[in-house]
Design a protein around this ligand. Structure first.
Ligand SMILES: Nc1ncnc2c1ncn2[C@@H]1O[C@H](COP(=O)(O)OP(=O)(O)OP(=O)(O)O)[C@@H](O)[C@H]1O
Ligand SMILES: [Mg+2]
Length: 161
């Protein structure tokens, strides 16, 4: 696990941008953290770094939103309102991952049993001050585990993988 502390939304977005630089089509990121932790803010930084020019907002009325980046798409899902686990299959996740895209899922912890066991977990927790956050990045499965050294180098966080 790599832990990075941020003190502003912009810093969280900068961390997300560094992760985006390591992203490959077919990657999945699960964004975990309480309401207002910064999961959408993270996605904004991530998308911008991939060349998304459209504003990235919370997919409130739709579960999924698609954005065009320069070299790959970004699918942004928020499963907070998902009522039943079997609705996950309606999201068509395998197709989204196979769409020259990276997929980011807010509240993804709720649907872990339905997901491929190959993703980067990004857990955002609140710190002391209003704007303090800690981002804990944990590679699960081979795709991101293969990039552990790069993650460690580029995020410059504390703690061994
Ligand atoms: N260090 C920080 N990192 C991220 N966001 C921060 C930070 N400091 C302050 N913020 C603010 O916290 C808020 C985070 O909101 P955001 O919508 O990204 O949270 P969220 O985790 O997506 O919430 P929800 O669960 O409702 O979807 C934003 O208003 C952002 O500006
Ligand atoms: Mg959100």
């Amino acid at each position: 696990m790599i832990r990075v502390e941020t003190a502003t939304a912009a810093e969280t977005q900068a961390v997300a941008a560094k992760l985006a630089a390591l992203a490959q089509p077919g990657d999945l990121l699960l964004l975990l953290g309480d309401l207002g932790a910064g999961k959408t803010a993270f996605t904004q930084g991530f998308g911008r770094a991939l060349g998304v020019t459209q504003p990235i907002t919370s997919p409130t009325f739709t579960l999924a939103q698609q954005y065009e980046g320069t070299s790959m798409r970004v699918h942004h899902l928020d499963v907070y309102r998902l009522e039943q686990l079997d609705e996950v299959s309606d999201l068509g996740l395998p197709e989204l991952l196979d769409d020259n895209a990276v997929v980011l899922i807010e509240w993804g912890d709720a649907i872990v049993p339905m997901l491929p066991a190959d993703y980067l977990e990004v857990r955002i927790t609140f710190g002391e001050g209003d704007d303090d956050r800690a981002l804990e990045c944990t590679p699960i499965g081979p795709r991101w585990s293969a990039r552990k050294a790069a993650l460690q180098r580029d995020l410059g966080g504390s703690g061994p993988c």
